[in-house]
Design a protein around this ligand. Structure first.
Ligand code: HSE
Length: 436
């Protein structure tokens, strides 16, 4: 029997602790799966709590990252420290030392993945990152391996639990945005900087990775269009419900005739779609492939053990592949590195989608007709329209449109906002039917 594989962990926080717990608790089962024992031999941690749910007896604990990445005994370095500066340096150092790497760091892969994968290829080592997208949901494996027969047409996901929790509470309990965010922070769902959750950056990192896996394009996180949920009002949430929709912060990647769409924004989706009913902190991703049709993956997107589930699965994958030739391994970004495509990423103005529009109109004859006229002149067809009873001198008008290219909608909104009978700005939320 071969000796156990030694793993070194950078960071024993929530996910690091979960990873050690799962590796220790399921050690026997994991050995049966991997064909070898797997032990955490070294770990770098700033400080450790007293009442840990795992044993540190067999682990050499250090405060120096180099003690782990330079240790000749360690075969697999697991980066769970977060951040994109020291984490990048440590991963590159581990690779240079010929070690395989497992990471849960979405920002790092989104920003530096191309460089890290190139370094790993040059050294013939693996870099696995299942936990970087949607925590415990094995979505990377599903796209990279389970769906590899398909031409993937689009991916749409609820990939930030904090914003999903906020939108769910706003809808179910009629609560205000700021109030729910404070609770999400107290409950520990949010990123260290919660603006990353609510402004869509966290989802954009995950979408960057999903887009590369789906379409075989290099990681290009600076090209993702990002709009967060901070401007969503209780009224919008209520209108969505009364029109048969839910508002979700979606990450959408779509292949079109002219290029790839990569966008994160609040989205109206029909209430009857399964993904519309994914509530609270849960995550879900819909993947549409030309052969398989629509598939849905659901589960916990964060948390110690759900995320550890993906980290440990990656460690097992690495152990199973230790004896395979580098060229026979599953490619990092699903497609062979010399076969990545340079399809352009479309700017948001070129994206085609439907819209929810809300505006405040003076209670005067002809305003609605003027609005409808402007939409018609811009080739925008109306799917549904709703006018509330006036409150004071004005009334809310809500319109759902059919699909239109965004730049055309922008023109129409400009004309509508310049009408005398319209007060203030037009609210616009993109709408996706997610049916094909
Ligand atoms: N802050 C993230 C979320 C954690 O809310 O989904 C997982 O990446």
């Amino acid at each position: 029997m071969l000796n156990p594989v030694k793993v070194g962990i950078l960071g024993l926080g929530t996910v690091g602790g979960g990873t050690v717990s799962v590796l220790q608790r399921n050690a026997e089962e994991i050995e049966r799966r991997a064909g070898r024992g797997i032990v955490v031999s070294h770990a770098c941690a700033k400080e450790l709590n007293r009442n840990l749910p795992y044993s540190t007896d067999e682990i050499v604990i250090t405060t120096q990252l180099d003690d782990v990445v330079n240790n000749p005994e360690v075969e697999i370095v697991v980066e769970l420290m977060g951040g994109t500066t020291t984490a990048r340096d440590m991963i590159l150092k581990a690779i240079a030392n010929g070690k395989h790497v497992v990471t849960a760091n979405k920002a790092l892969i989104a920003h530096h993945g191309n460089e890290i994968f190139a370094a790993a290829r040059a050294k013939g080592v693996m870099v696995a990152f299942e936990a970087a997208v949607a925590g415990g949901i094995p979505i990377i494996k599903a796209i990279r391996e389970g769906l590899s027969a398909n031409k993937i047409l689009w991916v749409a996901g609820i990939i930030n639990g904090t914003s999903n929790f906020i939108l769910t509470e706003m809808r179910e309990k009629g609560r205000d945005f700021a109030d729910v965010l404070a609770e999400a922070q107290r409950l520990g769902y949010a990123e260290a900087d919660p603006t990353f959750d609510i402004e869509g950056n966290d989802a954009a990192h995950k979408l960057t990775i999903l887009s590369s896996l789906a379409f075989g394009i290099p990681l290009q996180t600076d090209k993702v269009y990002i709009e967060g949920i901070t401007k969503i009002t209780r009224e919008d949430v209520e209108y969505a419900t009364s029109l048969g929709y839910r508002i979700k912060l979606l990450g959408i990647a779509k292949r079109t005739a002219t290029g790839i769409e990569m966008r994160v924004h609040p989205t109206f989706i029909p209430q009857k779609r399964l993904i519309a009913n994914v509530d609270g902190v849960m995550n879900a991703i819909v993947v549409n492939g030309d052969a398989v049709g629509t598939t849905l993956y659901y589960g916990a997107g964060a948390g110690a053990e759900p995320t550890a589930s993906s980290v440990v699965a990656d460690i097992i994958d690495v152990v199973r592949a230790l004896t395979s030739d580098p060229e026979n391994r599953v490619p990092h970004l699903a497609f062979q590195p010399d076969a990545l495509s340079d399809l352009p990423i479309l700017p948001i103005e070129e994206v085609e989608t439907a819209y929810y529009l809300r505006m405040q109109a003076l209670d005067k004859a002809g305003v609605l007709a003027q609005v409808a006229g402007i939409l018609g002149q811009n080739g925008i067809s109306i799917e549904a329209i709703l006018q509330k009873e006036p409150e004071g001198s004005s009334a809310a008008i809500v319109i759902l449109t059919h699909k239109i290219v965004e730049k055309q909608l922008n023109r129409a909104i400009q004309s509508i906002e310049s009408l005398e009978g319209i007060e203030g700005k037009v609210t616009r939320i993109r709408l996706e039917t997610l049916d094909r």
